[in-house]
Design a protein around this ligand. Structure first.
Ligand code: ADP
Ligand code: MG
Length: 700
């Protein structure tokens, strides 16, 4: 399905704009994170972060110190820096009928200042007003224009997030050039919605935002930004619904259950299911029994006990004669799930296998044969489960242990293999309701909110790294009592290599005190080496495990009761919460120590305080939302999930509900997105880079 040609001007390279040479072009490519060359659309989607309002023209007397003013000035005389005193500024006296002012330029080599502001002439000057020795002044005015060229000065000027080498002026010029070629696009928003809010067209909205005549044109709560935010939500909702409809439109199978296998699994559990687990299992069983395909999100904090719910679901599917696949984000986690599930599956008489990318050929052949014959009922693995060569006899259920590592794209990848398979997605990220809608469309949701009984609260303390000696002494005492500890080292955003380095440094340091009781795992180790070390920790041969955040997800060592996080101020809330969730899994009381290095930013302090105060993942998620804003909550970069550029949750969140309803109505009325309106809607999906979903329409 080709891109509607009306959009072509938006998809042309920025290099086609006059003045954009190879150097600026490359800078823009990088700045916009373009895959190839940055295009006009990238520029338009780059929203201003604020405004400069130059409309205040009250003369020198009325100019307010600290604010932007525009003045019509007579240029009186120049006071260049004395010879040999180049660090002195170049001052220019100027006046209007209300008073005198100085214009100030530092490091003004050559005579361009004299040329810009010729003595005896008049100029419009705009900039931030300051005061020095009781005299008003403007240092480095933003604009100086001839009286005749007054119109060229933007009185309301958007300010953009910039990068080194890119100025507001240069960016503004490019944006203006792009706006000039912006076509009128066919309208995708339904007429009633447009009327309801009095929204402008896409083109008008973009023009208002980037070239505002007054501040309201560009403000977040103005109609132009509202419309664009809605557009973005609408595109997101349409894409999710399209993805979901291909997942559920293939009719599911109304399964029936004997109850035998699930009963055997339940009997083999060393504990009783919690009420929440039982309820989730009931929901899933209802979904499986219904003729539509299941698409359910099982949400539960770290340690909430999602794995057992998944096992019960897989056991139920086995009763109906079908297989299940459990997909983990890493081989380490897949192996761990396998170890957890194997004894239970054995006890229930279920064939279970682990499929990894690194098994010897013969072993792999045997496993594949078991999957193909149906002898293996449950297969555990990574996304490799859905690569070619793996043929299921009858795949009935796919469980995705998402741990916030997968995104829509990964889910699409598995929709092929398991065309009719039911889908259960497990996520440890506690997601507020609106975000479920944003990121998962309208998947049904089960929440495990209570933790399994017998869990002890975790004592969390926040401590400066200056207390290192005390920490070590305390740790020695606890290790002597038989405890095991995680020691997580700083996360260095920019470089995995640096992560490893800091882990190695800490490891060396601790080794001097604890000797062979300490081991190290990090992301650069081979999966086998990592596994080997984890196993030793699990068998209690290692007492302290120094780790980069590779242990963040899913590692289950109930005897580990101490979590020390170094440079905790560098971690996000969600991550701190995940990491702390690695302890407190057994019946022993656990402790979490957040070590920070001063100075602490206000935000970091708020994060550490939040973790100290609560273990409630939902409270933490809400707080995270406040501190970071919506786009980041799921760790967009990590998860590959779409972030929002135009919509700002705090202001625009309410539009999401409308977008969801409208997207449903649009697809219900026109599932193939045909005709003029269908074409307009497809255009919208291209604009917001959701066209990935479009081939599914054809397929469906
Ligand atoms: P997560 O939701 O993080 O995947 P798990 O399924 O790994 O959590 O469960 C965490 C731990 O809690 C496991 O050791 C598991 O055996 C245990 N567990 C699960 N359900 C219960 C329960 N109902 N009662 C007691 N312990 C439970
Ligand atoms: Mg888990």
């Amino acid at each position: 399905m080709a891109r509607p040609s009306a959009l072509d001007p938006l998809f042309r390279s920025l290099r086609s704009i006059k003045g954009v040479g190879p150097q600026l072009g490359a800078l823009l490519d990088r700045f916009f994170g373009a895959e190839g060359e940055a295009i006009a659309l990238d520029l338009l989607m780059h929203m201003p972060s604020g405004l400069v309002d130059r409309r205040r023209m009250e003369g020198v007397a009325g100019a307010i110190v600290g604010q932007t003013a525009t003045l019509r000035l007579h240029i009186d005389n120049h006071l260049p820096p004395p010879r040999g005193r180049a660090n002195q500024p170049h001052r220019i006296w100027a006046h209007d009928e209300t008073g005198e002012i100085q214009l100030v330029y530092f490091k003004s080599h050559g005579n361009w200042v004299e040329k810009l502001l010729p003595e005896g002439e008049e100029r419009f000057v705009s900039g931030t007003v300051g005061i020095f020795n009781g005299i008003k002044q403007i240092t480095h005015p933003d604009y100086v224009v001839d009286v005749a060229d007054f119109e060229t000065m933007p009185l309301v000027e958007p300010v953009y997030p910039l990068t080194h080498g890119l100025t507001t002026k240069a960016l503004t010029k490019l944006v203006r050039a792009t706006l000039e070629t912006l076509p009128d696009l066919p309208e995708w928003i339904v007429a009633e919605r447009l009327q309801q809010f009095g929204w402008p067209s896409f083109r008008e909205a973009m023009t208002k935002v980037h070239a505002p005549a007054e501040p309201a044109d560009s403000e977040l709560w103005g109609p132009a930004r509202m419309r664009l935010a809605y557009d973005e939500y609408l595109a997101g909702q349409l894409a999710l619904l399209i993805v979901r409809s291909t997942l559920v439109s293939a009719r599911g199978i109304a399964r029936s259950f004997t109850g035998e296998i699930t009963a055997r699994v339940e009997a083999a559990l060393p504990f009783a299911l919690t009420g929440g687990q039982q309820l989730a299992i009931d929901h899933i069983r209802d979904d499986l029994a219904s003729p539509t395909r299941m698409s359910r999100l099982l949400q539960g904090d770290v340690g909430a006990g999602k794995t057992v719910v998944a096992l019960m679901a897989m056991a139920a599917v086995a009763e109906s004669g079908a297989q299940s696949a459990l997909m983990s984000p890493t081989e380490l986690l897949a192996a761990q799930h396998f170890r957890t599930l194997k004894p239970l599956a054995d006890a229930a008489g279920l064939g279970i296998a682990l499929l990894t990318g690194k098994q010897p050929a013969a072993e792999r052949r045997a496993i594949l044969a078991g999957i193909a014959s149906g002898e293996t009922t449950i297969v555990v693995g990574t996304h490799a489960l859905f690569q070619s060569g793996v043929e299921f006899q009858n795949l009935g259920l796919t469980v995705v242990d998402e741990q916030h590592r997968f995104g829509v794209a990964q889910r699409l990848a598995l929709s092929d293999k398991g065309k009719h398979a039911d889908l259960l997605v497990m996520t440890a990220t506690p997601i507020p309701r609106t975000l479920v809608l944003t990121h998962f469309g309208d998947m049904a949701v089960s929440i495990l909110s209570e933790k399994p009984r017998g869990r002890q609260p975790i004592d969390t303390a926040v401590l400066s790294i200056n207390e290192y000696d005390r920490v070590i002494a305390r740790l020695q005492a606890r290790i002597a009592e038989g405890a095991q500890a995680f020691w997580v080292t700083p996360l260095v955003e920019e470089s995995e290599a640096l992560d490893v380095m800091s882990a190695e440094d800490r490891f060396a340091e601790l080794k001097r005190v604890f000797g062979d009781q300490v081991a190290l795992v990090h992301g650069r180790m081979s999966a086998a080496a990592k596994q080997e070390t984890m196993d030793r920790f699990q068998r209690n041969e290692v007492k302290i495990l120094v780790a980069t955040t590779v242990i963040e997800v899913g590692v289950d060592v109930p005897n580990a009761t101490i979590m020390i996080i170094e440079h905790a101020e560098r971690f996000g809330l969600a991550q701190l919460h995940q990491l702390r969730g690695r302890v407190g899994r057994g019946s022993q009381r656990s402790a979490c120590l957040l070590l920070y290095k001063e100075p602490l930013s206000e935000n970091a302090q708020a994060r550490l305080q939040t973790i100290k105060e609560t273990e409630d993942g939902f409270v933490i998620a809400e707080r995270d939302l406040e501190l970071r804003g919506q786009g980041d909550l799921l760790g967009t970069r990590q998860s590959g999930m779409p972030g929002y550029h135009l919509a700002v949750a705090d202001v625009h969140r309410h539009l999401l509900e409308y977008a969801n309803g409208d997207a449903k109505a649009i697809l219900a009325a026109n599932p193939g997105l045909t005709g003029a309106h269908g074409e307009a809607v497809r255009g919208l999906l291209y604009l917001f880079r959701k066209d990935l979903a479009l081939p599914l329409i054809r397929a469906g």
